[in-house]
Write a protein that binds this ligand. Structure first.
Ligand SMILES: NC(=O)c1ccc[n+]([C@@H]2O[C@H](COP(=O)([O-])OP(=O)(O)OC[C@H]3O[C@@H](n4cnc5c(N)ncnc54)[C@H](O)[C@@H]3O)[C@@H](O)[C@H]2O)c1
Length: 463
């Protein structure tokens, strides 16, 4: 797509709706499932008179994802500053967005040592570096895109929300799945009343074993103190989806789980500290770093590799010295590799959630049970069944939506809505403001309390 604003028609197309409707049988259920997905927030898509300007704190993976919106839609967003300690990343990013030298910073603190020079800050630093830049940016009057998890403690999250309120700033939390066409369709179907009252939800997140090893055993989210517990760093999306889909407050929560497999005592005989140290089982190990990163060239997005020529030598050097070459049984990880959460929502809706590392597949599986039928889905296909009439309808996101921007199309949806909300000074255009995102974060913190104490925890209130 070229430089232009998203019209309502584009949005409908992007979220899977054809203005002519979706070809399904014309049964009652077909009507619900086949109904074009409206823009859920009633947004008016006011054209941008001039682009919103933003500074990026943390030019890593997510910082580049959100910024690429400016490349696609330059009339809506201009990136005017960056803070990034890794010179290679800072240089590459600055070049891409033509950032003047005086606005290329080494660390986030430096952004706030000079007078405000943009509308917004996009905070995509590691989890442990969200609180500092968020508080500093709000104090100076910036609006924010703030990556999840909001911060590392409930108190920090509350501080950020209060300061945002006090300064009347718009803060978008990156619960990007709320923008993904698949989940939007699921939400619309669940909320339609076509199957009667909601009874319960079952959600599983199969993280997939290689993804687990990359992010939560070897990588950035392996250690609670350095990032967050798994429920906040990964599964805050899932808790947020459950809250959003039920549209009820959570009353009580319980959780069990542990780090069972990726531990030193499970290291196979003959294995070594790094896969490249002559490990005796490397050739057959499912977690061989040499296979994942070097032979198959997967999961390379957190390595700084030369953009031209053979990347092989740089990958091997990374595996010999960097975090991704470590044996998965000998890392300094402490986050769980399996966890269940049980939730009691208002109106007696129950929900269960499982985070599973040990799967050969990824992609959330979800089942919602209603008085008269059920909705099941796998992030691609939604199947809606009414067992009182025998009707069934199906909807496949790939047939209807542009899901190319990441998180099933959710990444650009969030940026688009944030820019619209900032332009119009209307936080209500954004379904993932900090206010909307606090309760699911509280669920994560409370579930971790419940897991640690082995009890059922009352949720209390979010103020
Ligand atoms: N919404 C989602 O679905 C989603 C997905 C992945 C990651 N995340 C979150 O996004 C954030 C970033 O994750 P990522 O995958 O981009 O990680 P990343 O490591 O690729 O990027 C983080 C960047 O921050 C930089 N940084 C470190 N210290 C800094 C400092 N003092 N000042 C400025 N920059 C600094 C790092 O050098 C790095 O380039 C994390 O909080 C993560 O949990 C969210």
């Amino acid at each position: 797509m070229t430089n232009r604003h998203w019209t309502r028609r584009d949005l409908l197309k992007a979220i899977g709706a054809s203005t002519a409707g979706i070809a399904l049988d014309r049964s009652a259920l077909g009507e619900v499932v086949g109904r074009p997905l409206g823009v859920p927030l009633g947004r008016t898509a006011v054209p941008a008179e001039k682009p919103i300007t933003a500074i990026v704190a943390g030019a890593g993976n997510r910082g580049n994802v959100y910024s690429s919106y400016a490349q696609k839609f330059p009339s809506e967003l201009t990136i005017v500053g960056v803070a990034e300690p890794i010179p290679f990343r800072r240089g590459r990013f600055s070049k891409k967005y033509a950032i003047p030298e005086q606005h290329q910073y080494r660390t986030w603190e430096q952004i706030f040592e000079v007078p405000k020079f943009a509308d917004a800050v996009i905070i995509t630093t590691p989890d442990a570096l969200h609180y500092g830049p968020a508080m500093a940016a709000l104090s100076m009057g910036y609006d924010l895109i703030l990556e999840k998890a909001i911060a590392q403690t409930w108190e920090q999250c509350t501080d950020i929300m209060r300061l945002a309120r006090q300064k009347e700033r718009i803060v978008a939390i990156c619960h990007v799945l709320r923008y993904a066409p698949f989940f939007r369709k699921m939400k619309e179907t669940a909320g339609s009343g076509a199957l009667g009252r909601m009874i319960s939800i079952q959600l599983i997140e199969p993280v997939e074993h290689i993804h687990m090893s990359h992010s939560f055993v070897r990588g950035n989210w392996r250690n609670t103190a350095e990032s967050n517990p798994m429920l906040l760093s990964k599964s805050c999306h899932d808790l947020d989806l459950l809250l959003w889909l039920t549209a009820r407050h959570c009353r009580r929560i319980a959780s069990f789980g542990s780090l069972t497999w990726f531990r030193k005592e499970n290291a196979p005989p003959g294995s070594t500290a790094r896969c490249s140290d002559g490990c005796a089982v490397e050739a057959h190990c499912p977690y061989s770093a040499l296979t994942i990163y070097y032979r198959k060239r997967g999961w390379l997005h957190h390595m700084d590799l030369p953009e031209e020529g053979d990347q092989g030598p740089a990958i091997l050097e990374n595996l010999q010295k960097g975090p991704y070459g470590r044996c998965v049984y000998r890392s300094d990880n402490d986050v769980v590799d399996h966890q269940v959460v049980m939730m009691d929502f208002e109106d007696d809706i129950t929900a269960s959630f499982s985070m599973e590392a040990h799967t050969s597949y990824g992609g959330r599986r979800i089942r919602i049970m209603f008085a008269n039928g059920d909705v099941t889905g796998d992030e691609n296909t939604l199947t809606v069944s009414n067992f009182t009439t025998g009707e069934t309808a199906r909807w496949n996101v790939l047939e209807h939506a542009d899901v190319s921007s990441g998180h099933g199309g959710g990444d650009f949806g969030l940026v688009s809505d944030f820019l619209q909300a900032v332009r119009e000074r209307k936080p209500e255009l954004l379904p993932t403001t900090i206010e909307n995102s606090m309760e699911s974060h509280l669920m994560g913190f409370r579930a971790e309390d419940a897991r640690a104490k082995g009890t059922v925890v009352d949720m209390g209130s979010v103020t």
